[in-house]
Design a protein around this ligand. Structure first.
Ligand code: AP5
Length: 225
């Protein structure tokens, strides 16, 4: 089982890269943000609760988030591993993940921070468009669709995320960067952390991430010997 954690501020490119890595590594992309957005669309109890926090740019409480993620990890497609995008977001979530994986005899293989300065994050989030059906991510200046306003994969209309309004972008960055630093510190202490420069073309970021994942796999194999 291969478990890769992608860390990074809102807009760093976690979702974009998780999709690409999932294709390359043959394991699913699991995003707590996507799980919450699906729950909001379904108006489920989790969705109704999560929406109150998401629209203010705040983290959803840990009890809801951790249970939702751990339930997702029990689905059959996650048996061979996952690319985690947006989880863990704080130390309590990181510890809960480590305990749950340890119970099944596995662990996080590599945590990788995609490093992007704040000015660039704001620019990227302001220009982001997503497929209303598949959630595939575009950017009007850095990663445009082939046909304006339409998803390359299925032709569905592109929409802007509710939390990409300018005031919510600022709130997300103000409120979430401290806990990101905390979780980066956690993985640094456990020796699992790598950082990649996120201000490069998308394919170059993917190459750097694949190298970091391969190093994690090599050191895991070494430890197991
Ligand atoms: P979530 O959906 O996880 O949002 P986020 O972390 O704020 O991250 P984003 O999805 O905004 O950005 P990204 O890093 O994936 O960047 P992307 O690839 O889209 O969470 C939403 C909310 O749910 C949270 O605010 C919170 O309320 C709640 N939540 C989720 N998880 C939670 C948890 N664990 N605990 C508690 N609450 C939780 O790229 C951004 C843009 O940049 C795109 O337009 C893209 O095309 C472009 N781009 C990407 N890479 C590049 C590049 N290399 N160069 C130029 N442009 C690029």
């Amino acid at each position: 089982m291969t478990v890769v954690v992608l860390l990074g501020a809102p807009g760093a490119g976690k979702g974009t890269q998780a999709d690409l890595l999932a294709e390359r590594l043959g394991i699913p992309h699991v995003s707590t943000g996507d799980l919450f957005r699906a729950a909001v669309r379904d108006a489920s109890p989790i969705g109704l609760e999560a929406r109150r926090y998401m629209e203010r740019g705040q983290l959803v409480p840990d009890d809801i988030t951790i249970q939702m993620l751990l339930d997702r990890l029990t689905e059959p497609d996650a048996a061979g591993g996952v690319i985690l995008d947006g989880f863990p977001r704080n130390r309590a979530q990181a510890e809960a993940l480590a305990s749950a994986l340890a119970e099944g005899g596995s662990k996080v293989d590599r945590a990788i921070n995609i490093d992007v300065p704040t000015d660039e994050l704001v620019r990227r989030l302001s220009g982001r468009w997503v497929c209303g059906e598949s959630g595939h991510v575009y950017n009007e200046s850095t990663n445009p669709p082939k046909v304006p306003g339409r998803c390359d994969l299925d032709g569905s209309p592109l929409v802007q995320r509710e939390d990409d309004k300018p005031e919510t972008i600022r709130a997300r960055l103000d409120q979430q960067l401290a806990s990101l630093r905390d979780v980066i510190g956690y993985y640094d202490e456990t020796g699992l952390l790598r950082s990649v420069d996120g201000v490069q073309p998308i394919d170059q970021v993917t190459t750097a991430l694949l190298t970091a994942v391969a190093e994690g796999a090599a050191s895991g194999a070494h430890e197991a010997r």
